[in-house]
Ligand binder design. Structure first.
Ligand code: ARG
Length: 360
């Protein structure tokens, strides 16, 4: 088999966030547990969220909320399948089981957000070297799929497995005082990143350092991808950064959706793009959001550059899409949102039909 034949067959191929979606992995909330308390878990959370995580450490998420979120995921699967997309799911796992590193042990979190643990760049599916001990084996939920894709011709990569020893975490870390530059809870002890700290626009990939992604992690990906791609590090105005996909979302060539405060200066590279600010979220105050802000409303999934999945109760986002000539496909997802993400987080696009292009 020649190299070009292998390439033609790879079941993994996606270069951006908007080409027509052909195959997608949708996460699962089954077996979701609060992780053991650890400074790195608390860092990206608000003070109220930290309290809930401390108090519930090691316990399952409330069963009724898991059931409601599961039902919404099933509706998302149906919608995507109805649009002709091949949908894959992980097997349910029990996240209360304990595992160990060299000098630590932990239980798990969930398999709800494949976007955090897997990064597809072209034909390469990359397992993220995650910095939370509770997510150390997050990618393994998808191993049966990864092996299948590999057998069929995809590239499959895994960065050096992080040791997650105490040196990775800043001893005595506290939030930076208001107005001061972001102070990460992780050091440069070894490369770590979550896949969701990267967002793809063809040859250009945008990254942020966060409480889970360090400079070495970004550099690892840059060197791994080589000259074909340009990995740009952006500095956004997020006090508790973890995952870029509720701050900056390229929706289509020339269309950039941004958070109203976190992108005080649109990076110059987007100068020829139209940039619009996300509408105010409508999630009511009492609704549980264990891990994110309400700006999870902008965490949309593009089926192609003219269609996007939006939360069914989010009227402002539906109108926003339609005003921008994007058809909004509603799906109830508010219960899923409680777990820390929306449509973009809950999925990973395995294959989108399109070529590697430069959009700048
Ligand atoms: N940190 C973002 C916020 O609180 C949420 C990002 C969620 N993204 C994800 N891939 N899990 O607004």
């Amino acid at each position: 088999m020649t190299e070009s034949e292998t390439r033609a067959e790879s079941p993994v191929r996606a270069y951006n966030e908007w080409d027509p979606l052909e195959e997608v992995i949708v996460g699962s909330v089954d077996g979701a547990h609060f992780p053991p308390w650890h400074v790195a878990v608390g860092a990206p959370l608000s003070p109220e969220q930290r309290k809930v995580f401390r108090e519930n450490a090691g316990r399952p998420f409330p069963a009724d909320q898991v059931a409601a979120a599961r039902d919404e995921l099933d509706q998302l699967v149906e919608i995507l399948a109805g649009e002709g997309v091949k949908v894959r799911r992980p097997e349910a796992r029990d996240h209360s089981r304990s595992y160990a590193g060299r000098d630590w042990s932990s239980t798990g979190l969930y398999d709800a957000m494949p976007r955090d643990s897997l990064l597809v760049v072209g034909e390469d599916i990359i397992e993220a070297p995650m910095s939370w001990r509770s997510r150390h084996h997050a990618a393994s939920a998808f191993r049966p799929l990864l092996k299948e894709y590999f057998r069929q011709g995809a590239r499959w990569s895994s960065p050096p497995m992080p040791e997650l020893s105490d040196e990775l975490y800043v001893d005595g870390w506290t939030d930076q005082p208001d107005g001061e530059p972001f102070r990460s809870v992780i050091t440069e002890f070894e490369p770590t990143f979550d896949a969701a700290d990267f967002i793809r626009c063809g040859r250009d990939i945008f990254a942020q350092r966060s409480h889970v992604t360090n400079a070495l992690g970004i550099e690892w990906l840059r060197r791994h991808l080589g000259d074909t791609y340009r990995v740009h590090e952006l500095v956004l105005a997020d006090d508790h950064p973890m995952h870029i996909d509720a701050s900056l979302m390229p929706l289509a060539p020339g269309k950039l959706l941004i958070h109203p405060d976190r992108v005080p200066e649109v990076p110059r590279i987007f100068k020829d793009w139209e940039v619009r600010t996300a509408p105010l979220p409508v999630i009511p105050d009492g609704h549980p959001l264990y891990m994110t802000s309400k700006w999870i409303n902008m965490n949309v999934l593009m089926i192609d550059e003219h269609r996007m999945v939006v939360e069914a109760q989010d009227e402002p986002m539906r109108r926003f899409a339609e005003e921008w000539e994007i058809e909004a496909i509603p799906c109830p997802f508010r219960n899923f949102n409680s777990f820390g993400g929306s449509f973009h987080c809950a999925t990973v696009d395995v294959r989108r039909r399109g070529a590697l292009l430069s959009y700048f």
